[in-house]
Design a protein around this ligand. Structure first.
Ligand SMILES: NC(=O)C1=CN([C@@H]2O[C@H](COP(=O)(O)OP(=O)(O)OC[C@H]3O[C@@H](n4cnc5c(N)ncnc54)[C@H](O)[C@@H]3O)[C@@H](O)[C@H]2O)C=CC1
Ligand SMILES: O=C(O)CCC(=O)C(=O)O
Length: 370
């Protein structure tokens, strides 16, 4: 079982045993390779990223030090603003391959011209295909809706992020969206396994198969076929445009959602907006061998870089997901509880949540609540 998924209850374990042998053998959760630990200490690759990355990574390091978390970081200050990053990128990738686990902020990608996305390159290179972002109301954080609690599972390595574009003749551009059955099958199994093992009831397949009849048609049909292997989990499907409207009007209807790459980015941004903003949504990317933990709605936040006003909660809570993956649940629970206590009603907070505290003051408050 993938280490970061919650332990199944007796009922879900029984249900899991009813799954077909084929489904069990081909899910990542069965054959995932674990992280490396020497003498009780884990080494984790840290890529703070651009924008607010250094400030929020400093916050994680301070909280980990105060909580005596047995994790050492190997830090790589990669930047999407640099013209040339090949050497550092190679070093960071070898560190990730060695450590198998990374904590990462977001790397900037220039719009239109310039290099391609380092974020996407890393996900493809390490085949960390399942992006998981959990959108749940936080105690004390005002939000547009109550009782929001859904998990976005997004295919991370193909779809609209193929990077395959060309200009056939001047003024005509073709941009290829790649959907394949094997990659769709594995993300669908990941989503249904996730639902089963986390006591969730329903998976919603998000698509645009009315227009992209072949690409999204393949995604939808493949997910529906996988759904039949999980009789205890209900499923439905929804066109992505309607999904956006349903999310902002009645988000409580969603439980687990599975979708191609770009829809996942859009839905996780809507999810962040629903529960209080990008500063509080954690996220993770899992593959068979590697896992990288990064904020769920993936913002660079260059506009507030260096101002000491960023909300570090999304990176700290991503680090909490990482600690569960590393089998350090006591440290994870302690830090998560301290973040929730700090965010709880009436407590001071950072400007994105209507407060006036700086990132460092907020971090100190979390440490005091450990
Ligand atoms: N532009 C890029 O290089 C990248 C963009 N993306 C995707 O594109 C979308 C749009 O990106 P951008 O326009 O660059 O958004 P952005 O980075 O400008 O963020 C949007 C707003 O949210 C605020 N914000 C984000 N995280 C915060 C935090 N922790 N604390 C306080 N305020 C915070 C920022 O200050 C900003 O005002 C992202 O949601 C992401 O999905 C993903 C990776 C890189
Ligand atoms: O890396 C980028 O510039 C964009 C990637 C993206 O949209 C995402 O990470 O969701």
């Amino acid at each position: 079982m993938l280490r970061s998924l919650a332990r199944p209850s007796a009922a879900t374990a029984q249900a899991a045993s009813r799954l077909s042998a084929r489904a069990m053998m081909s899910t990542i959760v069965e054959d995932a390779v674990g992280p490396k630990c020497y003498g009780g200490t884990y080494t984790v690759t840290l890529i703070p990223g651009d924008g607010i990355g250094q400030e929020t990574a400093a916050s994680v390091k301070a909280v980990f030090a105060a909580a005596k978390v047995p994790v050492e970081f190997e830090q790589f200050d990669l930047s999407g603003f640099a013209q040339e990053n090949d050497g550092l990128m190679r070093e960071a990738l070898s560190s990730l391959r060695r450590n198998r686990v990374g904590l990462k902020g977001i790397l900037y990608t220039p719009i239109r011209q310039g290099h391609g996305s380092f974020n996407v390159a890393m996900r493809k290179e390490l085949d960390i295909y399942a992006s998981v972002a959990h959108c749940k109301n936080m105690p004390g954080v005002e939000a547009r809706h109550k009782d929001v609690d859904f998990v976005i599972i997004r295919e991370n390595t193909e779809g609209e992020y193929s990077g395959l574009e060309h200009q056939s003749v001047p003024g005509v551009v073709e941009s290829l969206k790649i959907i394949t059955r094997p990659k769709t099958e594995r993300i669908a199994r990941y989503a249904f396994d996730y639902a089963l093992r986390n006591g969730r009831k329903r998976v919603t397949i998000v698509h645009k198969a009315n227009i992209m009849k072949l690409a999204d048609g393949l995604f939808l049909n493949t997910c529906r076929a996988v759904a039949k292997e999980y009789p205890s989990i209900q499923y439905n499907d929804m066109i992505v445009d309607n999904t956006a409207m349903q999310l902002v009007s009645r988000p409580q209807q969603f439980d687990v959602m599975v979708m191609p790459n770009l829809y996942g980015s859009i839905v996780s941004n809507i999810g962040a907006g629903l529960i209080g903003g990008p500063g509080i949504v954690p996220g993770a990317n899992y593959g068979r061998e590697f896992a990288i933990f990064e904020p769920g709605s993936r913002h660079v936040a260059k506009d507030i870089q260096g101002r000491n006003t960023a909300n570090p909660s999304s990176l700290i809570l991503s680090a909490v997901m990482m600690l569960r993956h590393l089998q350090l649940p006591a440290h994870a629970d302690q830090i998560e509880a301290a973040v929730h206590k700090t965010l709880s009603a009436g407590a001071p907070r950072t400007p994105d949540l209507g407060g006036t505290q700086s990132t460092t003051e907020f971090t100190k408050a979390i440490i005091a609540n450990l």
